[in-house]
Design a protein around this ligand. Structure first.
Ligand code: MN
Length: 191
């Protein structure tokens, strides 16, 4: 099975000013496409060819894990956004956030802080376990909470390629602007 890159449900300039057209073109159009192309080349003719991407992420190491996880992570990241996004989460996810982090504002602060403090390239995640307990985790490179038995709910990409064209060294500013474009109904559905 060949993986194909899903088309984004918004125009390349629709997330401005949080994420520029140029960053979407490079980050989704080129970086993400390369991970998918590499993944397809690595699984061709192997036992992984017919597996769901999530299974490849859980069962692989090295270059295959890196490209499979990066392919999955970027789709998950870009499909968390909407030009009509922002505001605050509602429903069961909101109740869990308030209960565990005290308030939505405090959750946002802890989440961005985890991204800012991650040294080098990686991802910050909000995930849940099988009991619905929430976790903020951070990890380097192609990190994915699926490998820890957690279900991902939200992620921020903290590789420099995610923000350098728009924010240069200002990672904290880049992450804080993402709250303006989060598609909360989509994210709530993952909880
Ligand atoms: Mn990226």
């Amino acid at each position: 099975m060949k993986y194909t890159q899903p088309q984004l449900p918004y125009a390349n300039d629709a997330l401005e000013p949080a994420i520029s057209r140029r960053t979407v073109e490079f980050h989704y159009g080129k970086h993400e496409k390369t991970y998918i192309d590499n993944l397809n080349a690595l699984i061709e003719g192997t036992e992984f060819e017919e597996l769901p991407l999530e299974d490849i992420i859980r069962d692989s190491k090295g270059a295959l894990f890196n490209n499979a996880s990066q392919a999955w992570n970027h789709i998950f990241y870009f499909f968390s956004f909407s030009p009509d996004g922002g505001g605050e989460p509602e429903g069961e996810l909101r109740e869990a956030i308030d209960k565990q982090f005290g308030s939505f504002d405090n959750f946002k602060k802890e989440f961005v802080d985890a991204g800012v403090k991650l040294f080098g390239s990686g991802w910050v995640w909000l995930s849940r376990d099988n009991d619905g307990k929430l976790f903020i985790t951070q990890g380097s490179n192609a990190d994915n909470p699926l490998t820890q038995g957690l279900t991902p709910i939200l992620t921020f990409d903290v590789w420099e390629h995610a923000y350098y064209l728009d924010y240069q060294n200002r990672r904290k500013d880049a992450l804080e602007k993402l709250w303006d474009i989060i598609d909360w109904p989509i994210v709530e559905g993952r909880y």
